[in-house]
Design a protein. Sequence first.
Length: 287
Amino acid sequence: MLGAIEAGGTKFVCAVGDESGKIIEKIQIPTTTPKETMSLVKEFFIKFPIKAIGVGSFGPIEVNEESAKYGYITSTPKPGWSDFPIVQELKAAFNVPVGFNTDVNAAALGETTFGAAKGLDSCLYITVGTGIGAGAIVQGNLLQGLSHPEMGHILVRRHPNDTYAGKCPYHHDCLEGLASGPAIEARWGAKGDQLVDRVEVWDLEGYYLAQALMQYILILSPQKIILGGGVMKQKQVFTAINKYLPELLNKYVTLPELTNYIVSPKLGDNAGITGALMLALGASHSS
């Protein structure tokens, strides 16, 4: 039995499952303070004979195993969680191997193993919600170098009619600052699910996301792009992306049929937690 945690800025999803990706039991815990949240996490897992735990976490995190801060959530703006040693806390509590990566890398792993990118050796998973993040599989491996990818913070060209300053506390008008859920709410004065019929909202969203996808395609050349997160539940965003992306690429790169190439996660909201199970499986094999 394997443990899995999808650690988000709003909630922690905790699950136990097996190496086939089957989820046996799952709960959600509000992300409050580390002490409160981790106490409930431990309370859940203590009931099960887990062999390893996989964590897909909000970031930034330290994924370099040579670093003294490996296993930490690092410079997050989430109050109380900056420089929190989440891996060390779990190892101290359960004495099992812990696999650790970003939530979006975990989701990419889940979708490559069991979902929309199954059978492919590359894919890009992007979540568009409270923040924007992306994880990538390249030649069958999670993309990682100096650190993990932070693709939500690339710069995009501002729409000529968009006067919104941007929501990102670090960069203001980066992709996350202009196209995340909180940016939509701040710009238009209402949450996305209250703006369903406002065509201009989703056209602008697609305008920014298409620019990002153009850059990711040119740099990583993924075989499949998977778009998840709360904002992408508004399916009209896909229509806008599919309108702008070919214009931006201007036939420089030949893409597959976009409706089959840029897709929703096949695992739905379970992409991240399923990928965390696979992180746990990897940790158990390497221990």
